[in-house]
Design a protein around this ligand. Structure first.
Ligand code: NAD
Ligand code: K
Ligand code: MN
Length: 366
């Protein structure tokens, strides 16, 4: 690429405080990536209250026609139904067919030589399940969710195939970047397989939808010779949360339906210190959109104390998915060094620093 055009959609709440930080970090990378162009794009609940539209056509069209990739901040979706409103992030994932949400959850080891305690990836199915009901009618909510995940089983297969590929790639890159080969050699699965995949479901009670999800993943795995070095296990979502808290080291890649993937990644975030450090990319065949896992955090908005790291890491992850590993490595190394040093941290990580101070420290190290 001669240049990289990045759509920026801060949306609501702390999204507006942390997305500029991701931009600043990207601008600091310089030589290892193409020259950057940024396009500011609108979306969000606040926009909806002002204009009646949460996701303008111009935003979607710019992403489709003008941008090579994008970064999304966070949206403040109300917990009660508001007439005419539906979540723009759910809409974007569907409209751009970003069917896999890749969420690496990685603890920062005390020194670069020590293995990270948590080093896993939650791969969340991103466009189906109850989360993305097609018809927002409370009376038919369960039925619609049920139906859409059944009907879309074909797509589930595609998602899982892709997700597995991506999971593998990200995990490998994480491993190389963090030199955590030691961790992998300690892994109980190392003897059997390079990569270990856990399918999360609740098909003991939701046998049709979750059973379908599980069988789709298994079918893809069985059919593809190149996946044979990936070992596959499965687990019910409730006990997966239990084991995740007791022995996170057993998980490598978790692949989960939309709603479970959402919940599990927030839970995993607690194990690495804060939601404020966990990045993600929404990924499809033709487009990638980085996004911090957290929401708009109304409890801390406007105080300049939101942790910018999840967004900065999302920018790095986006670069990685586009093939710019060197640039991504520089961002990740700068973030690791600031966390290890421990003197410039936001309150969620036990520090007293402001968002802007953390951004400055990271940018200096990039
Ligand atoms: P949240 O993720 O916004 O916040 C949960 C907790 O984590 C809060 O205590 C918050 O202060 C803290 N936190 C989150 N990000 C942080 C950061 N970067 N630095 C420091 N602390 C951080 O979840 P919530 O409070 O349940 O939801 C708030 C709003 O966000 C809701 O309207 C919800 O719909 C929305 N939301 C949006 C997305 C998205 O944009 N994809 C995801 C989740 C929630
Ligand atoms: K978000
Ligand atoms: Mn979530």
């Amino acid at each position: 690429r001669k240049s990289l055009t990045i759509g920026l959609i801060p949306a609501d709440g702390i999204g507006r405080e942390v997305l500029p930080a991701a931009r600043t970090a990207l601008e600091a990378v310089g030589s290892d990536i193409p020259p950057l162009k940024f396009v500011d794009l609108l979306a969000g609940f606040e926009l909806f209250t002002r204009t009646g539209t949460a996701l303008p056509d111009e935003t979607v069209e710019s992403l489709q026609n003008e941008c090579d990739c994008a970064l999304f901040g966070s949206v403040s979706s109300p917990s009660r139904k508001v007439a005419g409103y539906s979540s723009p992030i759910v809409g974007l994932r569907k409209k751009l067919d970003l069917y896999a949400n890749i969420r690496p959850v990685l603890s920062v080891a005390p020194t670069p030589d020590e293995p990270a305690k948590v080093d896993m990836i939650v791969v969340r199915e991103n466009t189906e399940c109850l989360v993305s009901r097609a018809i927002p009618n409370p009376a038919t909510l369960i039925y619609t969710g049920f139906l859409s995940s059944s009907i879309l089983s074909k797509k589930s297969k595609k998602s899982q195939k892709r997700a597995k590929k991506l999971g593998q790639r990200v995990s490998l890159q994480n491993m190389l970047h963090h030199e955590s080969a030691a961790w992998h050699s300690n892994s109980p699965f190392n003897v059997l397989a390079k990569w270990h995949l856990t399918i999360i479901h609740k098909s003991n009670v939701l046998s049709v939808t979750d059973g379908l999800f599980r069988e789709s993943v298994r079918a893809v795995h069985a059919k593809e010779p190149k996946y044979q070095d990936i070992s596959v296990a499965e687990q019910l979502v409730d006990s997966a949360v239990y084991r995740l808290f007791r022995e996170p080291e057993i998980y490598d890649v978790m692949v989960a339906p939309n709603l479970y993937g959402d919940i599990l990644s927030d839970a995993a975030a607690a194990l690495v210190g804060s939601l404020g450090v966990v990045p993600s990319v929404n990924s499809g065949d033709n487009f990638v959109m980085g996004e911090p896992v957290h929401g708009s955090a109304p409890d801390i908005v406007g105080q300049n104390i939101a942790n910018p790291i999840a967004s900065i890491r999302s920018a790095a992850l986006m670069l990685r998915h586009l093939g710019y590993a060197k640039g991504a490595d520089r961002i990740d190394a700068a973030v690791d060094s600031v966390i290890r040093e421990g003197t410039l941290l936001t309150p969620d990580l036990g520090g007293k620093s402001k968002t802007s101070e953390v951004v400055d420290a990271i940018v200096k190290r990039i």
